[in-house]
Design a protein around this ligand. Structure first.
Ligand code: F6R
Length: 213
């Protein structure tokens, strides 16, 4: 059984700064770090801190590799709502990560199940994820895994639940304009990471976080 530590910080800024420092510490200890990444508004602050550490302390991403938790099905990387676009906007283009070492599931693959299997295989080829960042949705989802997802689940296609559709629809200008499916790492994929940091901020996440813990 692995140890879990709950760290409470006075505000969102301090919590995000701490997560960025954890990433920086692990990256300095192992420049070839395999880093698992998440999207969402909570993570924006973490990426801002990482960009600042790159600019002011020369935090070096040149040898690390990244794997994101999830991506919508059917969106082009250039679509402002795709998670690839989010990552470029908030982190990748501001640091010296090698674009060839950044990975997100391909939601445009013609065979989505094969894409999921390949994504899992690629994580294994890179030696597994060393440090995985995760956020949590208001209804308890991690990636696109809803609270009752099997603990052994692997990367797969998931239909978005009505709650998730509602939560994310404003970004797309309405539910009718948003994808109904996404590829997500499974819970099994996520908990196999050597270290996992879950960041939740704001009172609206308090109950769901308590349940998750
Ligand atoms: C996205 C992801 C999601 C978000 C969650 C919280 O890659 O994994 O589980 O972490 O929806 O999103 P925010 O931070 O916007 O509340």
């Amino acid at each position: 059984m692995r140890a879990m530590e709950v760290i409470i910080q006075p505000n969102q800024e301090a919590a995000a700064a701490l997560v960025a420092r954890i990433v920086a510490h692990d990256l300095r200890a192992n420049p070839h770090l395999v880093l698992g990444l998440a999207t969402g508004s909570t993570m924006e602050c973490v990426y801002r801190h990482l960009v600042r550490l790159h600019q002011t302390e020369k935090l070096d991403f040149s040898l690390c590799s990244t794997f994101n938790l999830d991506e919508y099905v059917g969106l082009f990387p250039s679509d402002p709502n795709s998670y690839r676009h989010y990552m470029e906007r908030h982190l990748f283009r501001h640091v010296n990560v090698d674009p060839r070492n950044t990975h997100l599931p391909n939601g445009l693959a013609s065979d989505l199940d094969a894409e999921c299997r390949q994504y899992e295989a690629m994580i294994q080829r890179f030696g597994g994820i060393d440090l995985q960042l995760v956020g949590i949705g208001k209804a308890g989802h991690i990636g696109f895994n809803e609270p009752l997802s099997a603990l052994r689940s692997r990367t797969r296609v998931k239909a978005l639940t009505p709650t998730t559709m509602k939560q994310n629809a404003p970004l797309f200008g309405g539910e009718d304009k948003m994808p109904r499916r996404a590829i997500t790492m499974g819970v099994g994929t996520i908990i196999e990471a050597r270290r996992c940091v879950l960041l939740a901020t704001g009172s609206s996440k308090a109950d769901v976080l308590a349940q998750a813990v």
